[in-house]
Design a protein around this ligand. Structure first.
Ligand SMILES: N[C@@H](CCSC[C@H]1O[C@@H](n2cnc3c(=O)[nH]cnc32)[C@H](O)[C@@H]1O)C(=O)O
Ligand SMILES: [Zn+2]
Length: 433
């Protein structure tokens, strides 16, 4: 059925005037059909009142590890190396397909209810993640990361390589491209050149995107330079890793030369300000990224280092941290942050979106602004970035389909998911089952 949002404040993200008051946004099938000030004539479908509500493009979480939702609050107060090696990797060693499925659905429920319509995920048991994302109706770019220190590594026989090929066959392009598969190297510090060349070669050959953790910590960045005389971004470039659409997560310690490289090769830097603060990794040079023309997207990273999937919190953090770091209140205005979470994320994923415009996919979220913390509304954009929360979202639509509305998940059995998480998945990763 067609859907008409009527008398709504539409954050169209149009270059000239990003906010259209008292608008009518008509959705038919998968697409936005029209965005007007006049009511479309002879409309027969479902009407959704936009009184005191704000409609905006769905948010894109361009870097997460969704099953890690099971590890929310599990290991707070450590730096990345200690956190990964002493806490996260041992817990992940307990994971099963069933636990990953539960954790994925939990993360999906949280994302969808807080306005995320698309996400880029790096994990393993990816077939289960793709299955859940497919069933939940969300858009997803999913990659199976390679971690390998094996000097005899061969892409053909490596488990991650085998899984990547299977994933591509099974899921790449599923449901008119709603699900996409990407290649991934976990990071420069967790593999070696043979791996990079093979995975990058496969991605190029099959037109797949690439997803890598890059220069997240000072240690990673400096150890790489000490080993090879080059930064992680440059080292990976020599192996052809950036010669396909790519997402470089974190980029906290990247150099100006790295950013020039990313601008030239159209690599997206995925900014994860909350995770970077929590793991004490540092502050990514986002103002320099924007100056150099690098596409910047936003990500939460896994929930174990955040500890939630609420992109509104991520936007606020991104909008604040660079002001504090540079002592410049004009740096990265709120609208710029909204662009990162919408158009920036779509570009990162190789998707067309991030604006409310006729012809675009109807990936839309509706927020209730009839709330004390969103009143008054001198600026919709300011309220969205600095005052709104994921819980202000009252409706989430992906490709014209309502996935969430007023506390109800249309595609997820939340009670069953909560039960499975509490009674199976969490005890399992804690080694109690
Ligand atoms: N563990 C799998 C593949 C890695 S998936 C992605 C991995 O990234 C890890 N991870 C999560 N957040 C971060 C981060 O911020 N930096 C680096 N690694 C992370 C996470 O624990 C997970 O193991 C294998 O052995 O093949
Ligand atoms: Zn990560």
């Amino acid at each position: 059925m067609d859907i008409l949002f009527e008398h709504v404040t539409a954050v169209t993200m149009d270059e000239a005037s990003p906010v259209l008051e008292d608008a009518f946004v008509l959705v038919s099938g998968r697409k936005i059909v029209s965005v007007t000030r006049q009511e479309p004539e002879h409309f027969k479908g479902r009407r959704i009142s936009g009184q005191n509500k704000v409609l905006m493009p769905g948010l894109v979480n361009a870097h997460t590890h969704i099953p890690m939702t099971l590890l929310r609050g599990y290991a707070d107060g450590y730096d990345l190396q200690t956190w990964l090696n002493d806490y996260i990797f041992p817990a992940e060693a307990q994971l099963t397909e069933r636990a990953v499925t539960a954790g994925t659905y939990l993360g999906l429920a949280e994302m969808i209810a807080s306005g995320t319509t698309s996400f880029s995920d790096m994990y393993y048991f990816c077939d289960r993640i793709a299955q859940a994302a497919a069933a939940a109706g969300i858009q997803a770019n999913i990659c199976r990361a390679v971690i390998s220190f094996d000097p005899e590594y061969r892409f053909e026989t490596d488990q991650a390589g085998i899984e990547l090929r299977e994933l591509k066959e099974r899921w790449h392009g599923y449901d008119e491209g709603r699900i996409q598969i990407e290649a991934s190297i976990h990071g420069e510090y967790t593999s070696h050149e043979k791996v990079w060349r093979a995975v990058a070669g496969y991605a190029r050959e099959h037109g797949l995107g690439m997803h890598v953790h890059v220069s997240e910590t000072k240690k990673e960045h400096e150890e790489c330079i000490a080993r090879s005389g080059l930064t992680p971004a440059q080292t990976l470039d020599r192996a052809g890793v950036w010669d396909t659409r790519a997402q470089a997560a974190h980029c906290v310690w990247v150099s100006e030369e790295d950013l020039e490289l990313f601008a030239r090769k159209k690599v997206t830097a995925v900014h994860n300000p909350v995770s970077n603060q929590k793991l004490a990794s540092g502050i990514a040079p986002v103002p320099a990224m924007l100056r150099q023309g690098v596409n910047v997207a936003l990500g939460t990273d896994g929930v174990a280092s955040n500890n939630c999937h609420d992109l509104f919190g991520e936007m606020k953090s991104a909008a604040l941290i660079h002001k504090a770091a540079t002592l410049d209140p004009t740096v990265i205005p709120a609208l710029e942050v909204l662009k990162m979470a919408t158009a920036g994320g779509n570009a990162a994923q190789g998707r067309n979106g991030g604006r409310i415009e006729a012809g675009m996919d109807a990936n839309l979220i509706l927020l209730d602004f009839d709330k004390p913390h969103l009143t008054p509304c001198h600026s919709v954009v300011s309220n969205l970035v600095f005052a709104a929360r994921g819980s202000d979202v009252v409706l989430t639509m992906v490709r014209g389909k309502v996935l969430y509305e007023k506390g109800e998940w249309k595609t997820i059995d939340l009670d069953a998911v909560m039960h499975e998480v509490r009674n199976y998945a969490v005890p399992k990763i804690l080694g109690r089952l």
